[in-house]
Design a protein around this ligand. Structure first.
Ligand code: FES
Ligand code: FES
Length: 164
């Protein structure tokens, strides 16, 4: 018996037939749909590397059963750029050098997009860090990541969220 699943990922519908009901959304994205931008770090909900948006809300895809989001709209890191232009959060990560390992970066960026959609965290660095606390990077890139989130939310507030 197979388990049918329909996901709209980055605006494209995908029908998947799962032989087993247990795969996570992370594994379906990476292994079945070939969208490997979403990273598997801890695979147990602790690092945030696997963060994607489900119906606009950020989730850890490693803790989400794929069948539980049947019919949902999923946004992954591959879906952020528009017409060859980086999303403002991606551009801000470049501008503020918010990369070091790069492995945590897609999850950091997706979480920042979700945080800004939730209303942002204002200008207060402590609130930004609290809002991003589910995403682990505390290496030398972290000040750049926090600054990128602050910068991107200001730019998006001015431009109504449209890429500049
Ligand atoms: S891989 Fe999902 S939280 Fe670490
Ligand atoms: S950039 Fe990934 S741990 Fe710092």
């Amino acid at each position: 018996m197979t388990h049918p699943l329909r996901l709209t990922v980055n605006g494209h519908p995908h029908d998947v037939h799962l032989e087993d009901p247990r795969p996570t959304l992370l594994d379906v994205l990476r292994d079945r749909l070939g969208l490997t931008g979403t990273k598997k770090g801890c695979d147990r909900g602790q690092c945030g590397a696997c963060t994607v948006l489900v119906d606009g809300r950020r989730v850890n895809s490693c803790l989400t059963l794929a069948l539980s989001v049947d019919g949902a709209e999923i946004t992954t890191i591959e879906g952020l750029a528009r017409n060859g232009s980086l999303h403002p959060v991606q551009a801000a990560f470049v501008a503020h050098d918010g990369f070091q390992c790069g492995y945590c970066t897609p999850g950091q960026i997706m979480s920042a997009v979700g945080l800004i959609a939730e209303g942002g965290a204002g200008d207060d660095p402590a609130r930004i860090r609290e809002g991003m606390s589910g995403n682990l990077c505390r290496c030398a890139a972290y000040p750049g990541i926090a600054e990128a989130v602050r910068d991107a939310q200001q730019r998006m507030a001015k431009s109504d969220g449209e890429p500049a």
